[in-house]
Write a protein that binds this ligand. Sequence first.
Ligand SMILES: *[C@@H]1O[C@H](CO)[C@@H](O)[C@H](O)[C@H]1NC(C)=O
Ligand SMILES: *[C@@H]1O[C@H](CO)[C@@H](O)[C@H](O)[C@H]1NC(C)=O
Ligand SMILES: *[C@@H]1O[C@H](CO)[C@@H](O)[C@H](O)[C@H]1NC(C)=O
Ligand SMILES: *[C@@H]1O[C@H](CO)[C@@H](O)[C@H](O)[C@H]1NC(C)=O
Ligand SMILES: *[C@@H]1O[C@H](CO)[C@@H](O)[C@H](O)[C@H]1NC(C)=O
Ligand SMILES: [Zn+2]
Length: 947
Amino acid sequence: MAIGIYISKVLAIATVVMTVSSIGGIITMMIVYETERIKMNPTPPPTPNATILYPTGPPPNLRLPGNLIPERYELVLQPRLYTFVNNATNQSLIFTGNSTVYFRCVEKTKTIFLHSKQNVTDVTVKDLDNKKTINVKNTILYNNESNFLEIRLEGVLEEDGNYSLFTAFEGELLDDLAGFYMSSYKKEPSTKDDTTFIATSQMQPTDARKVFPCFDEPAMKAEFKVTIIHRFGTHALANEKATGTTLVDIDGENWEVTRFQTTKKMSTYLLAFTVSDFHSIVSKHERVEIKTYARPEAIKAGHAKYAADITGNILAFYESKEVFGMIYPLSKLDQIALPDFSAGAMENWGLVTYRETALLYEEGVSSTSNKEWIATVIAHELAHQWFGNLVTMKWWNDLWLNEGFATYISYMGVDHIEPKWNIKDLIVLNDIQTVFQVDSLASSHPLSSNEDDVQTPSDITELFDSITYSKGAAVLRMLSDYLKDRVFMDGVKKYLQAFQYSNVVHKDLWEYLQKVKDDTVVLPVAEVMATWTMQMGYPVITINTTTGDVSQEHFLLIQPSDYNYTWHVPIKVMKEGLAPTALPTQVLRKSAFKSEDGKWVLANINCMGYFRVNYDPANWDRLLSQLETNIHEIPLINRGQLIDDAFNLARAKHINVTLALRTTKYLRNDTEYIPWESALRNLDYFILMFDRSEVYGPMQAYMRKQVGGLYQHFENFTTVPEDPSEQYNQINAISVACSNDIEDCQKMAKKLFDNWMTNNTSNPIQPNLKATIYCQAIAAGGEKEWEFAWGKFQNTTTASEKDKLRFALSCTRKIWLLNRYLEYTLNPDKIRKMDAISTINYIARNVAGQAIAWNFVRAHWNYISLEYGGGIMSFGRLIEGVTQRFSTDFELQELRQFQSDYNEEELGSASRALEQAIERTQANIKWVKENKQTVLEWFRKESSESS
Ligand SMILES: *[C@@H]1O[C@H](CO)[C@@H](O)[C@H](O)[C@H]1NC(C)=O
Ligand SMILES: *[C@@H]1O[C@H](CO)[C@@H](O)[C@H](O)[C@H]1NC(C)=O
Ligand SMILES: *[C@@H]1O[C@H](CO)[C@@H](O)[C@H](O)[C@H]1NC(C)=O
Ligand SMILES: *[C@@H]1O[C@H](CO)[C@@H](O)[C@H](O)[C@H]1NC(C)=O
Ligand SMILES: *[C@@H]1O[C@H](CO)[C@@H](O)[C@H](O)[C@H]1NC(C)=O
Ligand SMILES: [Zn+2]
C-alpha cells in the first residue's frame, strides 16, 4: 500500500527538499507539504492470487487459473486464401491449423482452461512423463467475454507433471483487422480485377486466441515453433528466421511449407505471421538482419528506403550504452507496411507491422510531418523490443509502463537520427498539452489501474488511450529530469537486465530507480511516483509572487474537484535576469517564488513537470509585457505553455477569459511554431463554439491581423524553410491566413490547384503544404475541384498522399458533395474500413458538414457498429468527433434521445463516449453563455484597434 502526503487546499509550508541549479537561473526543487500523512485514495492494487485451483466450474473472474504453465508451442497454420484470384467466388477466406502446447501442471486438476474464440475440431491430451493419452470427457467453448475453452478430462493432471495438449482448428480470414486477417491492394488502382490478397495478423491485446487455442495472458510466456503452409509463390514471415522451405502437393495444389526457428520465451500478444507477395530492402546493422517489406511497387519506387535507412541506426543506438546497453536478442528484425491496419503499428517481436503511412516515405511527395511520423513510430516500436517484448507487464493494468516508456524513448531515438528536428521539444505539443486536456476532465482515470478492474477484452482495449501513452511518457520524462537523465537510464538498464524474458509490475521499476538514485533525491521514488500514477489528473500550482507563497490543487476543467489529491511536485523556477542561485537543501525558500523589484517569476521551465502554473495578476502582467518587449527572455517551450495554461485556467475559471486571449497578442512578433501551435489549438475551441455565431466575424478579423506578419514571413510558398519547425509554422501561416479569408492566400491556393488540374501529371504544390492547399482550394471550389481530387485519391497508391486527399475532400462547402462522401465511407472499395471513422470525423469538423455527419451516424448506427466495431477506441473517436461542436440545448436533447434509443449493449463501447459527449455539451452550453459577450467585445476591440 502506498502512502502519500495530504495537504489542505489552503497553503501549507513549502519545504525545499532538493535543489539543483542548472541552466540560466533555473532552480529545481521539490514542493512538499508537511502536514498530516494519510492514506491515499485510490488504494494500490492488491497482489493477485495466481495459483488457485478450480476443481469444478470456471474461475470466478476472467483470468486463467494459473495452475498450468505453458512452456512451448508447436503451431502450424495454413491460410487458404489465394494471393491472386481472377474469379472472386474461388477465393477461400479460411485458415486451418493445429497446435501442440507443452505445459507443466503446478496444481492438481481435472480441467484445462485456456483461451479460444473458436471450436476445436480435434483435441488430444498426453501425459509426457509416462507417455499415455488422457481421455477428454468434453470441451466447452464459453460464449462470453472470458473466451475460455474448457477441456474436461477423464483423468487427472498431477502437480509437477508434464503434459501436452494438441488441438486442431479452423478459422476465417476476414477483413476485420484482428487476429489472422486478410488485407488487399490493387496493382493498378484504376482497374477492378487485379486485387492482390495478403494474410496478416494483429494479436494485441487479446486476439491470439482468435487464431489458435492458447494461454493468452501476457505473463504466460512460452517458446513458439511456427510452421506456415502457404500458396506456392508467396512469402511467409513470422517472429523468427525461417529455417527452410519445402514444396508440397496438397489435394492437387502447390504449396510451400516454411518452418521457423523456435522463438525466445515471449507473450502470445507479440506473435505475428504474414503471407504476401511483398518485396523487401535491407538495412545496415553489424549483427541483426533487418529487412523492410512492402508492396513490390513501393519497394521498387524506393518508398521503404527512408525507413530502412533509419531502422538499423535506431536499433544500434538503443543497443548502445547511451540507452539500454543491451543487444537486441533476436538474429533478425523484419518490418512490414500493410495496406489495412487498425493501429499505427505493432511491435511484434522480430516482425513489426505498420500502416503504410507509418513506414513508407516518398521523396517529393510525402511531407516533413509524414517523415517525422515514420521516424517516431519506428523509434516507438523498436523501444518496445526491450520495453514490452523482453520485459513485459504482468497484466494489462500496467500497460502504461510499456506504452509510456516506448513513447518517451521514441523522442530519444528520433533525436538521435534527426538532431535538427528538435523533436524533444515537441513532446510538449504532441503528448503533454494533448493529454492535459483529457486528464483535466472528471471522467479521467489514474495511470495505474487495479489488476482486478481490468478483466474483459473491452476493459483491456479501453486502456489504449492518451492517458496510457502520453501521460505515461510525460511523468517518466518528469521523473527522468528529477533523478537526472543519466541516473534514470542507469536504473532502467539494471531493471531490464534483471527482468529479461519475464514479467514485471510497475513497482519493480521504482525499486531499481531507487537503488541508483543519488543523494540529492531525498524522497523515495515509489512515494513520489505514487502521487502521479495512483491519482487521476494533475495539479495547478498557484504562485503568489508578492509573498512567495505556493499552493497546489487538483485541476479540473469543468467542475471543482471532490478529491483531496496532492502531489509531490518537482518544480523548476526562473527569475527575470537572474544568474543561477544555489539554494541550500532542506530549507524553506519561499524567496524562490517571490518577485523582486517588479521582476517576473516563471515556473515549470521547459514544462518538465506534469502540471499547470497560475500566478497572481501582477506577475501575469509582467510576463505578458516581457513577451511584448523581448520574447527571447522567455524559453520557447514556456512561451507555448503560458498560452496553453492561460486558456485552460480561463476555462476552469481560475483567470479571466480576456487574460487568456491577451496571451495571443504578442504572437504578431513571434514566428516560432510551438507558441503558435499552442495558441491555434486553444483558439480552435473558440472556432468550434462560435463559427455558427456573430462572434466569428470579429474573431476572423483578429486572426487576420495576427497572422499577417507570419504570412509575410513565409510568403515564398514554393521554397521549403530549412528548419523543420519553420516548415510546420509555414503550414500554420497558410492555413490560418486562408481560412480567415486573407485574399492573397486564397488566390495563391486556387492558382496552385488550378495549375495541377491543368497540368494533371505534375503537381506543383510542395509536399508540406499539400493538405492545406488542397483543402483551401476544394473549400473555395465546386464539383470540378472535388471530382479532380476524388480521381487522384482513387488513383494514387501512396498512402500518405491518399490521406491528404481524403482529408481535403472533406473541406468542400457543398452539402451534396459532403453527403456523397459520407455514403462512400460505408463502401470499403471506396474508403478502407480503417479510414471510415476518421473520414466521418473530418466531415463533421467542417461547419457545413456538422449536421449531416451527425444525422448520418444516427441513421446508420446499426450498420456502423456491426461493421466497424473492431478497431481500438474507434466508437469513442466517432462520437467525440461528430459531437465536438455541440453547444446548444437542442443538440444536448438530441444526444439524450440517441442515448435512450439504444440499450447499453447496442451502444457497446460508444456508451462511455456518449456519456462524455453529454457532459462536454453541457459544459459547452454553459461556457458559451458565460463568455460569448466578453469574447465578442474583446475580438471587436482588438480587431478594430489600429496598431
Ligand atoms: C490465495 O491463495 C491462498 C493459498 O491457496 C489462499 O489461502 C488465499 O485465500 C487466497 N486468496 C484469495 C484472495 O483468494
Ligand atoms: C467462378 O468460380 C465458380 C466456382 O468455381 C464458378 O462456378 C463460376 O462459374 C466461375 N465464374 C467465372 C466467371 O469464371
Ligand atoms: C498439423 O497440420 C499439419 C498440416 O496440415 C499436418 O501435416 C500435421 O500432421 C498436423 N499435426 C498433427 C499432429 O495432426
Ligand atoms: C461451437 O460449437 C457449438 C456446438 O456445436 C456451437 O453451438 C457454437 O456455436 C460453436 N461456436 C463457434 C464460435 O463456432
Ligand atoms: C498574495 O498575497 C498577498 C499577501 O497575503 C495578498 O494580499 C494577495 O491578495 C495575494 N494575491 C493573490 C492573487 O492571491
Ligand atoms: Zn506502443
